[in-house]
Design a protein around this ligand. Sequence first.
Ligand code: HEM
Length: 443
Amino acid sequence: MVNDLNLIPGPTPRFLLGNALDFVGTSSHIKLYEYNREYGDIMRFWLFNQANILINDPTLIEQVLVSDRDLYYKNAPRKAAKPVMGDSLFLSNDKDWEFKRNNHPFSVAQLDKYFEQILPIIRETTKNYLEQLQPSTTPKPVEFFSELVKLSFQIFGLTILGSVTNSGYFDAFSMMMEEMDKRGGQQFLPYPLSLNPKFWLQRQQWNNFIEDRIHQSQKNFKEKGVDLLSSIVQDTALSTAQLRDELSTTFTAGTRNVAEAVAAVLFLCSKDSEAMQKLKSEITLFLAEHNNEIYQEDISLLRYLDLVVKEALRLYPAVPLFIREVLPGKVAILRNYKIPEKTQIFISSWALHHNPKYWENPDAFMPERFAGSPSPFHYFPFGAGPRQCIGMAFTIFCTKVMLMTILSQYSLELEPDTSFDTKYFSGTIMPRQGFKIQLKKNQ
Ligand code: HEM
C-alpha cells in the first residue's frame, strides 16, 4: 500500500531497532516532548517494526479524537493492560465500548446526589489519615506522594465500593500496577504473560474482593449505602464480571492520578508563597463563613482552588500521553500525509501543554491564565471527545475536597532538595524522587 510515512519528519531509524533506543533512560512523555520540540506538529518514529506518529497540533488532535475517530481504535493499551484491567471500558472499542460507556457506573449514577453523599467521607478519611500520619504541631519529614496514593486508595474503597480496604488489598493493587507497568506502561512494547505466580494470586484475591462487594450490595440493596456500587447495583445492565472490571478499573485508572493531582497542586503552591497564601485564605474564609459545613455545590464557588487545580493539571497532566491505532484496512490522512493501517498515533497532553506556540511562558505556574476557558484541544488533561475520561468529575471533586481538608489543617514546607521531576509509571506520571515535605499540623 502506498503511504507517506517516509515523508514525515523524524529521526533516522536503526536497522531492526527503529528509534527504540531513544526511549532508553528517558521517560516516554519527556521523549515525546523532545520530539515535538525538534520535529514540530507531526513527526514519525519507529519502535522496532512498529510505525508511530506523534501529533502536536490541536486541529490534528481534534481530527483523531473526534471528526475521524472511526478510522482509529485502541490497541496498544490492550496488550499492556488487559490482564490487569480486564475487559473494561478503558480498553474496549466499537459497539462494546458504546455499551460499556452508556452503562458505566459513573454514567448511570446521579452524580450530584452521589457527590453530596461522599463529600463527608472524603473529608473524614483525609482528616483521619493525616491525624495518624502527623498528629503534632512539630514539623515532620514525609514522602507525601506515597502517602497520598494510600489515602486516595482508602477514599476509593469507601466511596466506590463502600468498603474499608486493608493493607492486603493495597499490596494486591500495588502489585497489579507494577505488573501493568512492566507489560508496556514504560515503552509500549508487547510483554509476555507474567511468570510471576504472585501476580496471578494477588489479582485473583483482588477480583474476589470486588465480586464479594457486588454480591453483598445486591443482597443488601434495601439498606442503600452511599458508595457508587450501592447507588447503581439495582439498575445496572452490566453482568457481575463486567461490573467487577469497571469497578476495578476505577482503581487502576484513577487512584494514583488523584494522588498526583493533589501532590502537583501542593508542590506548585508550596513553591509560590503568594499562591499558597491566596489558596489558604480562600479555603479558610469559606469554611469560616459556612460554619465548616460544605455541600457539593459549594465546591465550585472556590474560584482560586479551581484555577490552581487546572493549572497544576496543565503543567503535570497525570496521564501525559495516550495512543490510537489506524484500523486494519483503513488509511488515515493527517496534514495530507497518507498514514497506513496499524500505524500508532501518539497524542501527548504533556507536549501540548508545554508548547510555547499555545501557552505564554509555558513552564511558569500562572493559575490566572485559566480565568478564560482554553480550547479542549489545547488543554486536555482528561483526553477529549467521546472517550474523554469518565472519572473526570469524580477526580476534580475528590481532588478539591482533599486539598481543602489538607490545607485547612496543615502547613507544608518543601524539603530543600525536593523537585517534581516526573517519571512515567504504568500510564501515569509520578515524582521521580518522591515528594519530600515537612508536614505540620496547625495550632
Ligand atoms: C487526574 C486524574 C485522571 C486523569 C488525568 C485521567 C486521564 C484520562 C485520559 C487522558 C483518558 C483518555 C484516554 C484515551 O483517550 O485514550 C482517560 C480515560 C478514562 N479514565 Fe481517566 N483520568 C483520571 C482519573 C480517572 C478516574 C478517577 C477514573 C475512575 C474513577 C478514570 C477512569 C477512566 C476511564 C474508565 C477512561 C476510559 C474512558 C473511555 O475510553 O470511554 N480516570 N482518563
